[in-house]
Design a protein around this ligand. Sequence first.
Ligand code: UGY
Ligand code: MN
Length: 266
Amino acid sequence: GVEDVASDYTKVVEPTLAPIHLEDLPGYTRSVYERDYALITPESQVYTPVSGWSNSLCAFLITPAMGSHFSMYLAKMTGNSSALQPSSKGVERFIFVIDGHVELLYEEQRHMIQSDGYAYLPPDTIHEILSKEPSMLLVFERRYTIEGSVKPELLLGVTHRQPLLDTPGEVFALRKLLPTTSAYDFNVHVMDFQPGEYLNVKEVHYNQHGLLLLEGRGIYRLGKDWYPVQAGDVIWMAPYVPQWYAALGRTRSRYILYKDVNRDPL
Ligand code: UGY
Ligand code: MN
């Protein structure tokens, strides 16, 4: 008669489709690095000690080695930590507190920056970032491009206190964290999409982007490719790479985005 033996091929009969199983698959990553974009997902992010940052580990996710004119990195301050201003001349810095809180020392002033708060630090200024407890920061840095005589100034803010801006023809909610005046050569946008919402413009533009998905999940189109993305993912977009996002899932998508602005591209 036929023996009732359980098959050993259960993974074929009942494949594990949930993404959580893919995370454990040896050698598997969603990260990709292409000529004009990169997707760098958390399992690929490499944290190392960096000069100027004590008791901290940083993951440089976007740097000029890719062709960008800016750096974007995540900094994990592990406690009793501090960071000094950029060591190169003429470099401006933007910090966004993802988790925890930090203290900023700037020209005799002390500022507390909570999670969701941020600071813009003009080039060639002295400052120190202190974190007694563990905290996590997103940092953008670039060599400041002078145009005109107005100098950028120290700026502090909290994301949810920034006004919602008009986005003609689009549905996402937009906040800009920096002033739109020509003293600043970049801006940082925070964009919110409800599930099912997507970019109307299939953008192709001269500006560069560094993106961190802060909340939610969806599909990012980059060039000719389409990627499922979720909170924690980082994207580099070179000038002119076709880009488009659709928010999926059950919760809001929010991303924070570097964009060079206010300078003659010539
Ligand atoms: O402002 C922008 O360029 C922005 N909408 N781009 C993007 O979300 N990929
Ligand atoms: Mn864009």
